[in-house]
Design a protein around this ligand. Structure first.
Ligand code: BES
Ligand code: ZN
Ligand code: ZN
Length: 493
């Protein structure tokens, strides 16, 4: 797919499909007096009078335009206008593909067109991604597709900037989705570690990988315990980005990197277990955020930390009831080996502390419970610092990634008590997302602002959702990239 920005008058545009977005107040596109303008005026009336309730598609064959496709923001009422624009753009390319049209033009020359141009680009890129690596028949359509963005002469510059920014981040989100969609037997901890090394080499990040021997020696007992049942040994990966400008802020992004979660000895039911190939979605989000950050170069220091293991049952696997002593000296009883995410995360927290992080944001497909509570369209967010939580929520809002805060009530801490150790790794049937958060809180480094994102809902869909086709969404990359970029502004030093 190739994008092109033009500011020619609509009467001179040649395209297979002209896409127009209508809204009651906003003006995305503008057409001079013509047959096309009459069509759009009539359609606007019909949409607003609710006599047209679906997008309008017609063969046009006037001048250079072969087909016309019109959306009105009254459609898809469940979403805000930013999300709608992405959905429309994705759907427009769907028409293009079905009819095998090699040029699609979006009309964004109105006074509000440029404001939404980035979202149009994002919808096109995220919306046309599918995981097809293992299919014999590859989709060739995108290779030949030209997407023309028709803008106002005066907004060419801002449009070009938005195109470059949004296509850059969206492509990275798709790379993240690709790695999450890969089967568990292809992407295991060593593979993630190699990928991190490659990215680090290409974009000048300092990458450190601790292997099983290092982990043993340095007493990363949680990660070692979780990884014991697998033929693929665990890895603790870190990628460090250093700002050229001096900064006192070091933001640690920690992502759960369980490359396959069978549950271990507390094995999961087979139904839907395959989704657990994506139990490294948080880790992948962190990896690809660092890839973006290395190129966007924000004015803060960022370190990505990915504790990676495969959770398998085996004669050597950790057993329910096992106890280990974590790096901070607290003993942990593993009542349920399927609550492994929180275990590997606490070792990554210890690593963040060693690397002197001032702020810590973790992202993890942590609990089924958060999906029960919020459904798939929201990730849960918790933490010990409201300013940081608010900043993350805001970055999420900027990009259509919904985060809903859950409390961390002190009174629930009792649920994690066990007679045999300092803390249990599970807290009973109720409030599972919260007790997982409370568990993590016990291991956050001192004097560190912390926010925890539980993305078990939106990390993957088995049907298409908004502009995403089925499969991994790359949830979190857009939010974390936005957060890194705005961080120096949010938390002035
Ligand atoms: N990876 C799972 C959580 C999960 C479930 C992610 C569904 C995405 C979709 C996690 O390791 C897990 O198994 N959690 C358990 C915790 C329980 C044993 C306390 C859960 O949520 O059932
Ligand atoms: Zn699990
Ligand atoms: Zn898991």
């Amino acid at each position: 797919m190739k994008f092109e920005i033009v500011s020619t008058s609509i009467s001179k545009v040649k395209t297979d499909l002209l896409v127009v977005l209508l809204d009651k107040e906003l003006e995305f596109g503008f057409v001079e007096d013509s047959k096309l303008k009459t069509l759009l005026d009539n359609l606007r009336r019909d949409f607003e009078g609710k006599t047209v309730k679906k997008e309008y598609f017609t063969r046009w064959s006037e001048e250079g335009i072969r087909h016309v496709l019109v959306f009105h923001s009254l459609l898809d009422s469940a979403y805000n206008i930013w999300e709608k624009v992405k959905i429309f753009s994705a759907r427009a390319l769907g028409y293009g593909k079905d009819l095998n049209l090699s040029n699609v033009a979006l009309l964004l020359n109105g006074q509000d067109g440029a404001t939404y141009l980035g979202k149009v680009v994002e919808g096109a890129i995220l919306g046309s991604y599918t995981f097809e690596k293992y299919k014999k028949e590859k989709n060739k359509y995108l290779e030949g597709l030209r997407v023309t963005l028709i803008v106002n002469e005066s907004s060419r510059e801002i449009s070009a900037r938005k195109l470059s920014r949004y296509s850059f981040v969206s492509e990275i989100v798709n790379e993240c989705r690709e790695i999450v969609n890969e089967p568990g037997s292809v992407v295991y901890p060593e593979v993630l570690a190699d990928l991190a090394q490659q990215i680090g080499k290409e974009y000048h990040l300092k990458v450190t990988v601790l292997d099983e021997k290092d982990l043993q020696k340095q007493r990363y007992t949680a990660l070692v315990s979780v990884g014991k049942g697998s033929i693929h040994p665990p890895r603790l990966i870190s990628l460090e980005y250093k700002s050229a400008k001096k900064s006192k802020v070091k933001l640690a992004l920690v992502g759960k990197g369980i490359t396959f979660d069978t549950g271990g000895i507390s094995i999961k039911p087979s139904e839907k277990m395959l989704e657990m190939k994506g139990d490294m979605a948080g880790g992948a989000a962190v990896l690809y955020t660092l890839k973006a950050v290395a190129q966007l170069k924000p004015n803060i220091n960022v370190v990505g930390i990915i504790p990676s293991a495969e959770n398998f049952p085996d004669a050597n696997a950790q057993r329910p009831g096992d106890i280990f002593v974590a790096k901070n000296g607290k003993s942990v009883q593993v009542d349920n080996t399927d609550a492994e995410g929180r275990l590997v995360l606490i070792d990554a927290f210890a690593r963040a502390s060693e690397l002197a992080a001032t702020h810590l944001v973790d992202i993890a497909t942590l609990t089924g419970s958060v999906v029960r509570a919020l459904g798939q369209a929201y990730a849960g967010i918790m933490g010990n610092n409201q300013e940081l939580i608010d900043a993350v929520i805001k970055s999420g809002k900027n990009h259509g990634e919904n985060l809903w805060q859950l409390p961390l009530p002190e009174e629930y801490k009792d649920l994690l008590k066990t007679p045999y150790a300092d803390i249990n790794n599970i807290g009973g049937v109720n409030g599972g997302a919260i007790t997982a958060g409370l568990f993590l809180q016990e291991f956050t480094p001192e004097n560190t602002a912390w926010a925890h994102l539980d993305i078990a809902g939106p990390f993957m869909f088995d049907k298409s959702w908004k502009y995403y086709k089925e499969g991994a969404t790359g949830f979190g990359v857009k939010t974390l990239v936005d957060l890194c970029e705005r961080f120096a502004g949010y938390f002035p030093q």
